[in-house]
Design a protein around this ligand. Structure first.
Ligand code: NDP
Ligand code: HSE
Length: 437
């Protein structure tokens, strides 16, 4: 970075890798807010180079051709670049580009939660080894400053648990399905058109993107390296409209939740569709909005809320990291090294070791004895029933029976459902969802 003379702005040179939804938002901020950002921060940002897949592609933003290259690695190696902004996503070649940028003395800003969840320790170790900063505010919850809050605002807190709606695409789809009766496919296409979804939207709807973000959050909240593969993941692809309706009748909303809980024996980390009572702070989070509800021992309960995906909110988070890194260099202040080395390796508990309340929908023959058999089997497995609702059905031979349980061990629920689903009178695999309250 070019040294500033007194009252002269500090010049900081950027290399941008990726000019899609988020990259174009960053480009627009750099273009439209250069003067105001310089006034606010004393930093003059200069965009040196932009790497894309195709130089000839038509773009919503008008970019001087001379800025473009298809050689992303050359941006990582460019000696004029101070901060590399990686916005291509995925593991390869993003990982190599970031590692090369760090080893050639650049700071890095990324929105790549997949990479941080799956190879985070390698990336953070490389940043430490090269004494460079890595900013990743944009990797979780779009425009919400959740990373900074966990790292700085809540630093004196012990965080025992958090619940998050962390995928804008899924929350958009669930909102459209539950409030406007839209079907899953149409809602997904809309989310894609709005720039919310990943390049491969299966990552969104199958819960993997939420699990990536859960890994990033859990690492900071619980100060532990996280083994991503141990996170339990269910998405929303199999969610049926009738279950959304039954849950609504019972006073619940269904959300794709990322759950992080710290227990003496280890961490509970899971992503799955979850019933939340209507009064819960996360139940009313709609559309592309995300929210994270954190229980911290000193500050108490905290709710973070905002747009979780899309061009502008995510570009806002990227720019916050860019200016944070640039500004700290302006003042010459040395941030204390992040205490990552104090992180431990907490065990991630298996899903069968967890305890929840449950929503169970049985599809059963409307005959004497079937409901009794279900109640008996649940009882034999130490599962207490909170409520039972049987629906009338004129159209089919089977009827839905919806049971809400008190807190029960997941291993017992699975054992009971195995017996029940194999019984005469039960016509479909039972739908099981967890309930948070
Ligand atoms: P897009 O698919 O919209 O854009 C990807 C960009 O990367 C394109 O400009 C593409 O070039 C470029 N690119 C891909 N591969 C290469 C390569 N090998 N070399 C050079 N350029 C390449 O992605 P998004 O902007 O949506 O997402 C970017 C990152 O931000 C991802 O990690 C994503 O998970 C994350 N993110 C996205 C959010 C969102 O709301 N979209 C929100 C939060 C995080 P070309 O244009 O020529 O095809
Ligand atoms: N596909 C992601 C989402 C982008 O829908 O939340 C934001 O990380």
């Amino acid at each position: 970075m070019k040294k500033s003379m007194d009252s002269q702005p500090q010049e900081v040179r950027l290399g941008l890798v990726g000019l899609g939804t988020v990259g174009s938002g960053v480009f627009e901020i750099l273009k439209n807010q250069a003067v105001s950002l310089e006034k606010k921060t004393g930093v003059r940002l200069i965009l040196q180079k932009i790497a894309v897949r195709s130089v000839s592609k038509k773009r919503a933003v008008s970019v001087p051709k001379a800025l473009l290259t298809t050689d992303a690695m050359s941006v990582a190696l460019d000696p004029r670049v101070d901060i590399l902004i990686e916005l291509i996503g995925g593991i390869r070649p993003a990982k190599e580009i970031i590692l090369k940028a760090l080893s050639s003395g650049k700071h890095v800003v990324t929105a790549n939660k997949a990479l941080l969840a799956e190879a985070g320790e390698e990336i953070f170790t490389a940043a430490d080894a090269n004494n460079r900063k890595i900013g990743f505010e944009a990797s979780v919850c779009g425009g919400i400053p959740i990373i900074k809050s966990l790292r700085e605002g809540l630093v004196s807190n012990d965080i025992s648990q958090f619940l998050g709606i962390v995928n804008g695409t899924c929350n958009y789809i669930l909102t459209r399905m539950s409030q406007e009766g839209c079907d899953f496919k149409t809602a997904l296409v809309e989310a894609q058109a709005k720039g919310y979804a990943e390049e491969n939207p299966a990552l969104d709807v199958d819960g993997v993107d939420s699990a990536h973000k859960l890994a990033v959050l859990a690492r900071l909240a619980f100060r532990s390296a996280i083994s991503f593969k141990k996170i339990y993941v269910e998405g929303i692809r199999g969610l049926r409209r009738e279950d959304i309706g039954y849950a609504q009748e019972l006073g619940y909303a269904i959300k794709l939740l990322a759950v992080g809980k710290k227990h003496p024996k280890g961490l509970e980390l899971r992503v799955h569709p979850t019933l939340l009572p209507n009064g819960h702070p996360l139940a009313g989070v709609r559309g592309v909005y995300n929210a994270v509800f954190i229980h911290a021992d000193q500050a108490g309960d905290q709710l973070f809320y905002g747009r979780g995906a899309g061009k502008k909110p995510t570009a806002s988070a990227v720019m916050s990291d860019v200016l944070d890194i640039a500004r700290r260099n302006v003042s010459g202040s040395q941030r204390a090294k992040a205490p990552r080395l104090n992180f431990d390796n907490k065990k991630v508990l298996g899903i069968e070791e967890t305890i929840s309340k449950y929503y169970l929908r049985f599809q059963v023959a409307d005959k004497p004895g079937v409901l009794g058999m279900i109640a008996k089997t649940l009882g034999q497995n130490e599962i207490s029933i909170l409520s039972v609702n049987q629906k009338e059905s004129h159209a089919t031979k089977s009827v839905p029976v919806i049971i809400l349980t008190y807190a029960a061990a997941e291993k017992n629920i699975r054992k009971a459902l195995k017996v029940i689903d194999a019984s005469r009178g039960v016509s479909e695999k039972t739908i099981m969802m967890r309930v948070e309250s």
